[in-house]
Design a protein around this ligand. Sequence first.
Ligand code: LMR
Length: 394
Amino acid sequence: MFETLTAAPPDSILGLSEAFNRDPNPRKINLSVGVYQDAEGRTPVLRCVKAAEQRLLEGEATKTYLGIDGLPDYRRHVQKLVFEGAIGAERVAVVQTPGGTGALRVAADFLADLLPAAKLWHSNPTWANHPAIFAAAGLDVETYPYLNSQRTGLDFEAMLDALQSGPRSGDVVLLHACCHNPTGVDPSEEQWRQIADVLASRGLLPLVDFAYQGFGEGLSEDARGLQLLLEKCDEVLVASSFSKNFGLYSERVGALSLVARDSDQAAVGMSQLKRIVRTNYSNPPRHGGAVVATVLDDAELTELWHQELAEMRERIADMRSAFVEAMRTHAPDRDFSFLLDQKGMFSFSGLNPMQVDRLKSEHSVYIVGSGRINVAGITRANLQPLCEAVAAVL
Ligand code: LMR
């Protein structure tokens, strides 16, 4: 039977890492997948994580299954961190999921199964995997505009107009809580208020992808958009992740939170989420959730985490400025200063697919086809060859 199958195309992000690994060029640079690298180009295990793992190694008493919804302490911390007291815990059902992608897929299955008439609206552009996840669950997927025509900033008017006229009541609008992937372009507080007004008045359900909390301006600052939504919308889904802010990429630690109008509806929501999880991966892996809970249960380890997160955030911001500065010398005719307003791991460089292709084939510099650069992969050592390569393809 398998001889009738044709090969699927490589993944537009993870497939690039595979190509990067095969590239024999010793000076190759990987700015594709969203993984933090330190000044030496390593993706380190955070010190707070190592300390928590040491404690787990000594104290862990069992490897028995977790409940379908995951580790209770972990879920309690997710609730505190993501919602920061904006709503009562009784209105939130949190399930631990295998990464933020797992959370999005549980949300997609939940919507496809229980609200099948809902269409999913995402920004254009968005994370390449978003449309694929929702389509795979059987949802109809639509887009709303996001960037201006120069692709340097938000076209808020176009975005709001589209949200006002496109989706129908009961549709779902996917928003990035902070550090928009792939553009790094986020709405301002005032714009979040307006988005919340439109969503609430039109009966649209926000689904918030919160994968980069702490990578923009800080843990609380990055939760501000979500808080403003919660002031107006009393039903919200949030897919969150500790891949980036705890560096726990391969441990797959995420959560889906369902905010309902009251505790009874939250309990019903939870029962459905558990049914969906059970028929997918049954229950989540323990280790990553236990690491997060161990750190956040301990004041000293939490303090250490805050420091390490700030170090990552500041290094990325430094590299963003260094890139803009260096490009002034390498390509004086081309202004990259718009990158300075962008937040988080990624920036939209404005490079077109042909230039992206040449970066790869002629310079072994790997960035995503949309022109997205993983700023967190720039180091003092690769900055110069990177800027030379970008200037050469412009
Ligand atoms: C990215 O956008 O590069 C990350 O979210 C990793 C991934 O799974 O694509």
